[in-house]
Write a new protein. Structure first.
Length: 318
């Protein structure tokens, strides 16, 4: 039976744990990518600078496998837990990026006489604009205040994947989770899909902001392309399959091999237009069964690249 306890994390601790690689944001596929725009990020920083309430984090603590974590431990000494961030990715990444000087506040409403809401900050005895402030612009005292701000963390211990997913879904019961996000959270082979979705081909296909969710969906659709005689990629057909498909080790090897082959082919292609088509989401999925067949026929990447070059340029292929 799982247990839930609370603790307080400072902003400094969040940044340190992220730098050490101890926070896992890929544990729950319903977690959004880094989707907050600059104004939303800035409002969180504004709350930190003023000492306002910040929503809590929900973390499943997982004891590290010492053998698997050997390289990490050499770098950061012994760490007892990996923190699976079940709810709180946007807050953590925003705090981390601000402390590391990756952005200045912007998009916060400026105060005008008569406004009910006043976002101005008091600095050096004056009320100043909340915009244009970076961590490097803070005084040493302001930096210390910011780094020592705390928020509540709920530790979920001894929970199975299914139990942790259930808690996440209940936490978001009042939020507007999209259908796709809910489907990813309920996927039977979620962990296997996340593992496959870390393939380098997806870093070429998607932006950092959309990578996690798009890669997850593309893995599922690629599986469908390889395992259905008449594959349909319509949402109404993908949704039930996403929840029920059982991806085996053999399936993982198959999908990874196809992705490796397409990536190798992409790297030897010379025509930019063709390369762009290969990693387009729709054409990529269409290529999955073709690439697998070419692989099985013993075609090397250069041969497949020549075929694609002629195919996408409209030339006759033999």
């Amino acid at each position: 039976m799982y247990t839930i306890t609370t603790a307080q994390w400072s902003f400094k601790k969040i940044a340190e744990e992220m730098k050490k690689g101890n926070i896992d944001f890929k544990c729950g596929s319903a977690q959004r990518g880094d989707v907050w725009d600059r104004s939303r990020q800035s409002l969180l920083i504004h709350s930190g600078l003023r000492g306002d309430i910040i929503p809590c984090l929900y973390v499943r603590r997982v004891e590290k496998d010492i053998e698997q974590a050997e390289e990490i431990i050499k770098e950061v000494k012994k760490v007892k837990y990996v923190f699976e961030m079940r709810d709180g990715r946007q807050r953590c990444t925003t705090i981390f990026k601000f402390i590391n000087g990756e952005f200045k506040t912007s998009g916060i409403p400026e105060y005008e006489d008569g406004d009910k809401i006043d976002y101005r900050l008091e600095r050096n005895g004056e009320m100043v604009s909340p915009n244009g402030i970076g961590f490097e612009d803070l005084t040493e005292d302001e930096k210390l205040d910011f780094l020592t701000r705390t928020l509540t963390v709920y530790y979920i211990d001894n929970a199975t994947d299914a139990e942790a997913d259930m808690i996440f879904l209940k936490l978001n019961n009042g939020k507007a989770l999209t259908t796709a996000e809910r489907n990813r959270a309920e996927a039977k082979s979620r962990n296997e899909i996340i593992d496959i979705a870390s393939h380098d081909i997806f870093k070429l296909m998607f932006s950092e902001k959309t990578l996690d969710n798009n890669a997850f969906d593309t893995v599922v659709k690629s599986y469908i392309m390889l395992n259905n005689d008449n594959p349909s990629l319509l949402n109404k057909d993908v949704k039930p399959l996403m929840k029920s498909i059982d991806i085996t080790d053999e399936d993982k090897k198959q999908l990874t091999a196809v992705f490796d082959y397409i990536l190798e082919t992409y790297n030897v292609l010379e025509t930019k237009k063709v390369k762009k088509r290969v990693i387009g989401k729709t054409s990529f999925l269409s290529l999955i069964p073709i690439a697998e067949q070419a692989m099985n026929d013993g075609k090397i990447a250069e041969e497949f690249a020549s075929f694609l070059d002629k195919f996408f340029s409209g030339k006759t292929t033999k």
